[in-house]
Ligand binder design. Structure first.
Ligand SMILES: [Zn+2]
Length: 354
């Protein structure tokens, strides 16, 4: 399969969507991306698994990384794509092959950018985090991702969403003494003891924290509660699982300390966590990006792969075509004007053209 990068971005988006690349099946699309970019003298192209990295090597003082994933969630009878006026329907049109098409068009046509650019097309974003291609590159070849600033072209309806909140899952375990419920006074009920945990959650006032000029809204919520083994047994064990979404100004260690503080006196264990990402809007490269693409940046609440860049020391934002609320839906569709707008604005930022 070959991709014609001279196609207008909406047509290129359709062509990319029509190459099935459900997670685990990215090879055909990765091959097509690699061969489409290999012929450009201004790009140094490398491949790791089904991740393709294309870099300009102009020796400029700043480097930006523009990234997008090649995979999609499973197809739901919504391929091949179809076009109705300005709307392109089909799997991947929002998440996130419009962004991939923009990246390919820019990689092919902006031969002398104002900052060096690294384009990263990666695999396995829509599945378990340990298979994520961007994570793999960051562990195996972090130099490939080196830069001053990163743009992740996930769908944001063409608005700048800076950084992301971190996320932590923790458990609060209550212990009691089992007994027959007919002789309940001989036991101690662990589920009743969870009431104190729930009271603390109900009283909790989540903070709103400004980071680099954006406002991040935190949250601490119970997401699961488990306890009890039978209808006639006083439970000796109850576990309340909580999810803490924390502002990117907090480290994971800070977040853990906060959770332990909220549940002081209880048995707390951290199950897993992922750090947030600062938006870095005060960095010159980021400020010029925001000025070029326009609009008022807002904070990203959900965790995204921008945090992988943040862990490498790059501030990062989300910016891409498509309404994120349509991602993964059977009726996934994009207004092609957003794809064209993202391409034009990124081109203006990279190349100084309109
Ligand atoms: Zn996505």
């Amino acid at each position: 399969m070959t991709l014609d990068l001279s196609l207008p971005a909406p047509e290129l988006t359709a062509a990319i969507c029509d190459i099935n690349s459900v997670s685990g099946n990215e090879r055909d699309l990765a091959d097509a991306v690699e061969s489409a970019l290999a012929g450009f003298g201004h790009l140094s192209v490398s491949r790791s698994g089904d991740t393709v990295v294309a870099r300009t090597e102009l020796g400029l003082s700043e480097r930006v990384v523009i990234a997008g994933h090649l995979d999609t969630v499973p197809v739901a009878g919504n391929l091949p794509t179809r076009r109705e006026g300005a709307v392109l329907w089909g799997r991947g049109t929002v998440d996130m092959k419009g962004g991939v098409a923009v990246m390919l068009r820019l990689a092919a046509s902006v031969g002398t950018p104002r900052r060096d650019v690294t384009y990263v097309f990666y695999d396995h974003e829509e599945v378990e985090a340990d298979r994520n291609g961007l994570g793999r590159i960051s562990r195996e070849s972090p130099d490939l991702l080196a830069g001053d600033f990163a743009v992740l072209m996930e769908p944001t309806a063409a608005a700048v969403e800076g950084g992301c909140n971190g996320t932590m899952k923790a458990t609060v375990t209550l212990r009691g003494t089992a007994s027959h419920s007919a002789r309940w006074w001989m036991g101690s009920n662990a589920i009743h003891a969870a009431g104190d945990v729930l009271d603390r959650l109900r009283r909790y006032e989540p903070q709103v924290i400004e980071v680099d000029g954006l406002t991040y809204r935190e949250g601490l919520n119970a997401v699961d509660i488990a306890g009890g083994i039978a209808g006639n047994v006083i439970p000796d064990h109850c576990v309340v699982s909580v999810n803490y979404r924390f502002a990117p100004s907090r480290s994971e260690a800070d977040a853990e300390a906060h959770v332990r503080d909220v549940f002081a006196g209880f048995e707390v264990a951290v199950a897993d966590s992922a750090p947030g990402a600062r938006p870095g809007l005060t960095h010159p490269a980021v400020a010029s990006f925001v000025a070029a693409v326009g609009g008022t940046p807002r904070a990203k609440y959900g965790w995204t792969d921008v945090a992988r860049f943040s862990a490498l020391g790059l501030p990062a934002v989300n910016y891409g075509p498509g309404d994120p609320s349509l991602a993964h839906h059977d009726d996934e569709r994009v207004d092609v004007g957003e794809i064209e707008q993202c391409e034009a604005r990124l081109r203006a930022w990279l190349a100084g053209e309109q």
